[in-house]
Design a protein around this ligand. Structure first.
Ligand SMILES: Cc1cc2nc3c(=O)[nH]c(=O)nc-3n(C[C@H](O)[C@H](O)[C@H](O)COP(=O)(O)O)c2cc1C
Length: 389
């Protein structure tokens, strides 16, 4: 069973990730992982933290001569910014008045600060925000990038991009060709398909920043080459669409998820939503449309998977909202921590990564997970079988 765990605080020494269940014999392309990490650091609207970091993954287990061994894959990413937080974030040295200098006592509405403090009895809310910070998603991107390489070996490609930023829609096309999407979104610093909207979005982000405010948006992920039959209708917790939804909402700041036409399907007639079935010699069963985003009964149906995520605006505001000091109980402005105006661009890479992780889990659940070549052989036999169903 493929699974993973991450550890590490935002300004701690490093992020650590361990993945179990990656098949043996997979050649790992480290440059491809680092490319994803640097893409997560980019995008218009980000704060100054990204100028300090230069995320690079280091493998410390599960790999020999660049090839997976079948043992747990262990990775680390250093936090360069830790150099500025050495004393405050030292994992082992005892607490002193000096090293608690950056104490946080005015929780930010919309962040984990207040409830995290109450739950874990932290009176310095830095103990909460250091882990609830989206810095952790750098490691989720590294885990996702490894999983993407498992998927690529199985002929599955995917991409996540930005459809909407604040109120501006930058995607009328609803493209489903992964390489076409990739070539368009890399032409701008917003990961959007519609180049004519870039200026308008830049202006919106600049104005929002000047106003001390923040923005959210909508992300779309497309995955192609996914065979029919991943996931299962047998039980609620075996449905792959449900697992994808949980993984998407498990990313910081995500407030909504849609599969295929999603909420729009609820306002349409059945005849407009169900994907009619067709059959072609040599190809087997196909569909004439993809309104259901590649899922029926919690199983992939062989059509492209379409997942959308709604991200709320960033909770840290440079013009802070009302809060209450947790010690004095006085009404005060919320704490301000160095922050992004919008993180919709990096979030699109994170969402792509968590979708990759869930698809790789489903793939290795269904086919041999000991060795990547055996997985490929089994998959080829299965594809042939369902083509002739
Ligand atoms: C890639 C990414 C970057 C983020 N950057 C920030 C940030 O700079 N400042 C901030 O307050 N929140 C940021 N967030 C959102 C918070 O991490 C998130 O809102 C917070 O952990 C509370 O969790 P929740 O919104 O899921 O309830 C970011 C989220 C993502 C996905």
């Amino acid at each position: 069973m493929l699974n993973f765990l991450t550890a590490g605080e935002s300004h701690g020494p490093q992020l650590t990730g361990i993945i179990e269940g990656i098949p043996a014999g997979l050649h790992i392309d480290i440059d491809a992982i680092n490319k994803e990490l640097s893409a997560r650091q980019g995008g218009y609207g980000r704060g100054n933290r990204q100028k300090i970091e230069h995320d690079q993954v280091q493998f410390v287990g599960g790999l020999r001569h660049g090839i997976t061994l079948g043992s747990p894959v262990a990775m680390v990413i250093n936090n360069r910014d830790h150099a500025h937080w050495n004393e405050i974030m030292d994992p082992t040295s005892p607490q002193t008045p000096e090293n608690t200098l950056r104490k946080v006592e005015r929780p930010r509405p919309g962040h984990a600060d207040l409830v995290g403090g109450m739950k874990y009895r932290h009176h310095d809310l830095r103990n909460v925000l250091e882990r609830s910070s989206a810095r952790e998603t750098a490691m989720r991107v590294a885990v996702g990038a490894v999983c993407k390489q498992v998927l690529q070996a199985a002929g599955i490609d995917l991409v996540g991009y930005v459809q909407q930023i604040g109120s501006v829609n930058a995607d009328e096309k609803m493209e489903i060709n992964v390489s076409k999407i990739e070539s368009e979104i890399t032409k701008n610093d917003l990961r959007v398909l519609d180049q004519s909207k870039v200026r308008e979005v830049h202006d919106l982000i600049d104005k929002t920043k000047r106003d001390g405010d923040t923005l959210g948006g909508i992300i779309r992920v497309v995955a192609t080459g996914v065979p029919a039959g991943l996931g299962s209708y047998i039980s609620w917790d075996t449905k792959l669409d449900a697992k994808l939804a949980a993984a998407v909402v498990g990313v910081n700041a995500m407030k909504g998820v849609e599969i295929g036409d999603g909420f729009e399907a609820a306002t349409s007639f059945g005849s407009q939503v169900m994907d009619e079935i067709d059959w072609h010699k040599g190809e087997g069963f196909t569909r004439n449309s993809d309104h259901l985003g590649g899922f029926e009964g919690g199983m992939t149906n062989g059509m492209p998977i379409i997942v959308k995520a709604a991200m709320k605006p960033i909770p840290t505001l440079y013009k802070p909202l009302q809060s209450v000091d947790i010690e004095t109980k006085e009404v005060k402005k919320a704490n301000v921590e160095r922050s992004d105006t919008t993180a919709i661009v990096p979030a699109s890479i994170v969402i792509e990564s968590v979708v990759a992780i869930e698809l790789a889990k489903a793939l290795t659940d269904k086919f041999d997970a000991d060795n990547i070549d055996r997985l490929k052989e089994q998959l080829a036999t299965y594809k042939e079988e369902i083509k002739n169903f």
